[in-house]
Design a protein. Structure first.
Length: 215
């Protein structure tokens, strides 16, 4: 019997993950069965169970892959000196994350933002998934903290604000943009870039009047 190449195995696993992600984005985790996934990927049960023991393992794999890709992008940015400014950085990372999954759609719209919403809801009841999400958040938070420290060391950002506070704020911006994509309508990431750029350009009137920057 001919040996199956690693490339073939990886491609088949990718096919299953992407099909499951579309199913979860379309109907949610609870309303999706393994039969739905089998139909989506057009494979036999044996072919799918060779890679995943069941729906819970599929969910964990889909979520873990998403978190790893986002965390990796921010960690890469944190190693630059200085890091790209926030407007460019968030646009780059979200654009790359959404672009890598642009072939996954539900009713003609991107599946990834809808999948993110489903993940957040599922973590409220699934302790294992909650741990996975919290670990992923911690990794992104650490990367953003290093990015902010890079800004401050380069004189790009005021140094009297804790980096952890800025990190949490920038994560909230990214999460909020993804939520808007899912709940309202898809929008280009350039909108986020332009909005951040405008906010970053605002002068502080308290500085002009001699008041404290911290109010």
């Amino acid at each position: 019997m001919a040996r199956v190449s690693q490339e073939h195995l990886d491609a088949r696993r990718r096919q299953i993950l992407e099909g499951a992600a579309v199913c979860f984005a379309r109907n949610g985790f609870h309303a999706t069965s393994m039969q739905d996934v089998l139909k989506e990927v057009d494979l036999s049960a044996g072919a799918v169970y060779r890679y995943f023991s069941g729906k819970e393992e599929l969910i964990a794999a889909v979520v873990g892959e998403v978190l790893d890709s986002v965390r990796g992008a921010f960690e890469e940015a944190s190693r630059q000196s200085p890091p790209p400014p926030p407007d460019d950085l968030l646009t780059l990372v979200l654009g790359r994350t959404l672009g890598a999954r642009e072939n996954l759609t539900v009713d003609g719209e991107p599946a990834f933002p809808r999948l993110v919403i489903q993940v957040w809801g599922e973590t409220l009841r699934n302790k294992e998934l909650a741990v996975l999400l919290h670990d992923g958040y911690a990794g992104v938070h650490q990367a953003w903290t290093r990015i902010v420290e890079g800004y401050q060391d380069a004189g790009m950002m005021r140094a009297d604000v804790p980096p952890e506070h800025v990190a949490r704020t920038m994560i909230a911006v990214a999460v909020g943009f993804l939520a808007q994509q899912a709940l309202f309508a898809p929008a280009p990431v350039d909108i986020l870039r332009d909005g951040l750029r405008a906010l970053m350009s605002m002068p502080d009137p308290r500085t002009a009047t001699g008041g404290s920057q911290l109010g």
